[in-house]
Design a protein around this ligand. Structure first.
Ligand code: UN1
Length: 511
């Protein structure tokens, strides 16, 4: 299918207004003088107002009041709020997806997928609300019981990036709410409407269930608002998604006030393609992970490390698929690759391709720009494949654009070492039909990443697992598994029901 023409500004603005209103956004209340732009045509969408740092302090204060009430509400009752929120998300799935496409340029299917991911985490959190388990340990003393209890932590501050403008907030929020914590959210400045719509839907659930009013607050603002949230001593946990540069500044500042932080930063995710790999399946896995979302996921596949016996055939198959990729209007049926978020993103991509060439690489496919005549302010890039001999400086960097570096290996040890020889540690994959190779890759001396996959690409994780990575990715874990523990505080309790007072470690202290 041929991607449809790039829509006109009025058409997109009208879609933004109607979908936001259907989600319950009061457009007059968020109006202001900061213009937002749609990457679909590079034209302005609507104008919104930004809060200042003072508003952040007030929001945290109100959230703390909400916390005092919310922390004593039984967790399964807190779960009922998240259940209702999940129902509202289901009802407004296509509205919210449209806003995500409008502000981020995601194709319809991926935007719907992002909302589905929100619904999934709500389901998960509702179940979790009856499973905030503490352990009981055997005490070394007679007539004693040793156990741990998990309590609500306090206000959670969320700073999110443009590329998953709704789902990442929802992972934090659904879990935080059942854990007994209010959330103050500073979304990306690029996605105010999506965040306002998320906030409106959650507020509706809060009102319907009679939960504290300030459990959820959305602060549309700039970098100063984000910094105020980072430095606010009332924020018990700061969960931030973004660049490694951002994390390097946020982490120490929160640590300085002994706050907790959870960082999801850059990735430089690779796939190893072994001699036994099913090349058809591998090609499909690579194309979605590398070109999907126009290369703008933190889990996007950026490197392929292919065995010398398959690299040429693989490159041919992936290149052939790249040449058929429908690039264009993300709202159009059949489009698989939408626009980059901004001119800067396109410049970064072009600069990286130039650097790769200078460092000995060859651009095999892509790198060009489309629809420049129709939409001079929109940046539709052709996903690129670059053949490199080794991991030069540019290959070790994360460029947030669809560039896939392909390089050869001889032995699995060498391939694993290459996988790990980057500063980031988010996601990784191996494509192989050899079980020993697969097991080795997921073992202690295999991939050093937080996500390690077999016969599937690096992106598109389900919410049931813990999400996050090591090294410069920041070390945080969000979403499923036991990631909830970051949102609660643990108390260890020793209960003596013996009538005696034996001391631990056999200490004698008789007066
Ligand atoms: C992100 O890019 O910040 O695994 C999050 C994935 C999605 C989440 C990506 N479930 O690709």
């Amino acid at each position: 299918p041929r991607p449809t023409a790039i829509p006109r500004a009025e058409e997109l603005a009208e879609l933004a207004r109607t979908t936001a209103q259907r989600c319950g956004v009061d457009l007059a209340a968020i109006a202001g003088d900061v213009r937002t732009t749609s990457p679909i045509n590079g034209e302005s969408l609507l104008s919104v107002g930004w809060v200042d740092a003072k508003a952040v302090d007030l929001a945290v204060e109100r959230a703390q009041e909400a916390f005092l009430a919310w922390r004593t509400v039984p967790a399964p009752v807190r779960g009922a709020l998240v259940k209702r929120f999940g129902e509202l998300l289901t009802e407004h799935k296509s509205d919210l997806a449209a806003l995500i496409s409008l502000e981020v340029g995601k194709i319809a299917s991926e935007a719907l997928g992002e909302v589905q991911e929100m619904i999934d985490i709500c389901d998960f959190a509702v179940g979790l609300s009856r499973q905030l388990y503490g352990r009981t340990m055997t005490s070394e003393r007679p007539g004693h019981r040793l156990m741990e209890t998990w309590h609500p932590l306090g206000v959670v501050g969320v700073i999110s990036a443009f590329n998953f403008p709704a789902a990442v907030w929802s992972w934090n929020t659904a879990v935080a709410l059942v854990c007994g914590d209010p959330v103050v959210w500073k979304p990306s400045e690029i996605t105010p409407l999506t965040s306002a719509a998320c906030g409106a839907l959650l507020n509706r659930a809060i009102t319907e269930l009679g939960a504290p009013t300030h459990l959820s607050q959305v602060l549309i603002g700039g970098a100063d608002a984000g910094q105020a949230l980072v430095d606010q001593s009332g924020v018990a946990l700061l969960s931030a998604t973004g660049s490694t540069r951002m994390g390097r500044s946020v982490g120490p500042r929160v640590a300085d006030r002994f706050g907790r932080f959870l960082l999801e930063l850059g990735g430089n995710n690779a796939a190893i393609v072994a001699p036994s790999a099913d090349l058809d399946l591998t090609t499909r896995g690579i194309v979605f992970a590398a070109a999907g979302t126009a290369g703008q996921r933190c889990t996007t596949m950026r490197r392929v490390i292919a065995h010398t016996s398959v690299i040429d055939r693989l490159v041919e198959k992936v290149s052939e698929a790249y040449n058929r990729l429908p690039i264009g209007n993300p709202l159009g049926a059949g489009t698989l690759v939408g626009p980059l978020i901004s001119d800067t993103a396109y410049k970064n991509m072009s600069n990286a391709l130039a650097a790769a060439t200078q460092q000995g690489g060859t651009v095999l496919v892509g790198g060009g720009r489309r629809f420049e005549d129709q939409a001079p302010n929109a940046y539709y890039a052709e996903p690129a494949i670059v053949r490199v001999g080794e991991q030069t400086d540019i290959v070790r960097q994360e460029t947030f654009a669809p560039i896939l570096y392909v390089m050869p290996y001889e032995s699995l040890d060498e391939a694993i070492a290459m996988n790990n020889a980057v500063p980031q540690g988010l996601s990784s994959s191996i494509f192989t039909n050899d079980q020993r190779e697969a097991e080795r890759f997921i073992s202690a001396d295999g991939s050093d990443c937080g996500i390690v996959n077999v016969n599937i690409g690096t992106s598109g994780a389900e919410i049931g697992g813990a999400f996050g990575g090591e090294k410069e990715t920041g070390g945080g874990r969000e979403s499923g598994s036991d990631a909830w523990k970051s949102y609660m505080r643990r108390a260890t309790n020793t209960v003596n029901f013996s009538g005696e007072l034996p001391l631990a470690q056999g200490v004698d202290f008789t007066v």
